[in-house]
Design a protein around this ligand. Structure first.
Ligand code: HEM
Length: 381
């Protein structure tokens, strides 16, 4: 990211900003879950989570009101860009590199169109999206961003949010399927706090402060990110020569730190391979035994800028899943999980979703499809 943008970003992910994104995140998630449940066939959770994360990034973060058809096109283009991003830089017709470049150019054109058509920030009112905040605070910092900078930053933001959040969402769903007792405990917490009442999500209760105060939910998300770390590690440059375990690292060297190995080998985690959300409970607090044992979002000044947004998204997804859906694995066994390019199940995780009504009874998929069409006509995300 451009250094100036790093200063500007603190506002984009502030408490106030997150509060204003919340209803939109909720709406994007509800729309997706309704679509998943209205499908009579099992869905590919990883693929659909990618679509959901992309919608979240484009609509919630950037405030683009893109028509469904155009959103589908942007998503396909973005995937083509990602699929070809790590190919050899050989600029030949039909090479992955050429495809990647073409996809990036198409994406940039689509984003430029959306930026130009975007309504200007509503002065003095609550921020509506991250792009508004970005433009405003860049101005406050005495900088006007060029269209090229805006397009590049936008793509970088979507890139940072997309694969990571999709991976974490898929892992969350897989763990809730594998551990029904955890899902039930989550539902119990929602009931106790009056958020889930008679099987219905009480709309007014879901403020940012309430969501953040749900202790067990927090433990579940933390444990998903510990055991299924979406980003395996990061790079740093040694600013001065130092010694690590008797090995000298000279100034200027690139050093890679591994988040996954840290989580796997850290002695603070008891029974390290077990999925056990309670390890993060107030009584046990295994992560509080040292600063750098638990770091799904990296550490230091270059750690993840979107971590509050990512955890808010995952929390809302878990709340919505627990209160409005029933879901079951559509394959005989759970799939193997691979770690490249991000953690994901080999077959994408095939799951059948059912919507639940206020009595926790299943709603027929036809009815859900109708509700969806009607509601979408008036949707304002
Ligand atoms: C579960 C989801 C996510 C995980 C696990 C995650 C993890 C990480 C990690 C580990 C890094 C630092 C890599 C390093 O040490 O070099 C990072 C950087 C970053 N993340 Fe995330 N991230 C997630 C979601 C998001 C979201 C939703 C956004 C929002 C746009 C975002 C924006 C960024 C940005 C802009 C950086 C670069 C920061 C810099 O260059 O200083 N991330 N992320």
């Amino acid at each position: 990211l451009l250094p100036i943008l790093l200063q500007v970003f603190s506002k984009v992910f502030s408490h106030e900003a997150l509060q204003s994104y919340l209803p939109k995140i909720q709406q994007v998630i509800q729309e997706s879950l309704r679509l998943w449940s209205s499908n009579p066939e099992p869905i590919n959770v990883y693929r659909e989570s990618q679509r959901l994360s992309f919608h979240m990034a484009v609509r919630v973060l950037l405030g683009f009101r893109v028509a469904d058809e155009e959103m589908r096109h942007l998503f396909t283009t973005f995937q083509e860009f990602i699929d070809n991003i790590f190919t050899l830089p050989l600029d030949l017709p039909f090479s992955g590199y050429r495809k990647g470049i073409c996809a990036r150019d198409t994406l940039q054109k689509g984003i430029e169109k959306a930026i130009r058509e975007k309504p200007l920030c509503s002065q003095g009112k609550d921020y509506s999206d991250a792009l508004d905040i970005l433009l405003e605070s860049a101005k406050e910092n005495g900088t006007e961003l060029t269209m090229q900078e805006l397009k590049e930053t936008t793509i970088e933001l979507i890139f940072a949010a997309f694969a990571t959040t999709a991976s974490a969402s898929t892992s969350l769903i897989m763990q809730l399927l594998r551990h029904p007792a955890v899902l039930e405990k989550l539902r119990e917490e929602l009931r106790t706090r009056g958020i889930l009442h008679n099987g219905c999500l009480c709309e007014g209760e879901l403020g940012l402060d309430t969501i953040v105060s749900l202790k067990y939910l927090d433990c579940v998300i933390k444990e998903v990110l510990r055991l299924f770390t979406p980003v395996s590690g990061g790079y740093r440059t040694a600013l001065q020569t130092f010694e690590l375990d008797g090995v000298q690292i000279p100034k200027g060297w690139s050093v890679m730190y591994s988040i996954r190995d840290t989580h796997d080998t850290s002695a603070v985690f008891k029974d390290v391979d077990a999925f056990d959300p309670d390890r993060f409970s107030q009584e046990r607090c295994e992560d509080k035994e040292g600063r750098f044992h638990y770091l799904p979002f990296g550490g230091g000044i270059r750690s993840c800028l979107g971590k509050q947004l990512a955890t808010l998204f995952l929390r809302i997804l878990a709340i919505e899943l627990a209160s409005t859906s029933r879901f079951e694995l559509a394959t005989r066994n759970f799939p193997r999980v691979v770690t490249v390019p991000v953690v994901h199940p080999v077959d994408g995780l095939k799951v059948k979703f059912y919507g639940l009504d206020s009595n926790q009874n299943e709603i027929s998929s036809d009815l859900l499809a109708d509700i969806k069409t009607e509601e979408l006509l008036g949707a304002a995300v």
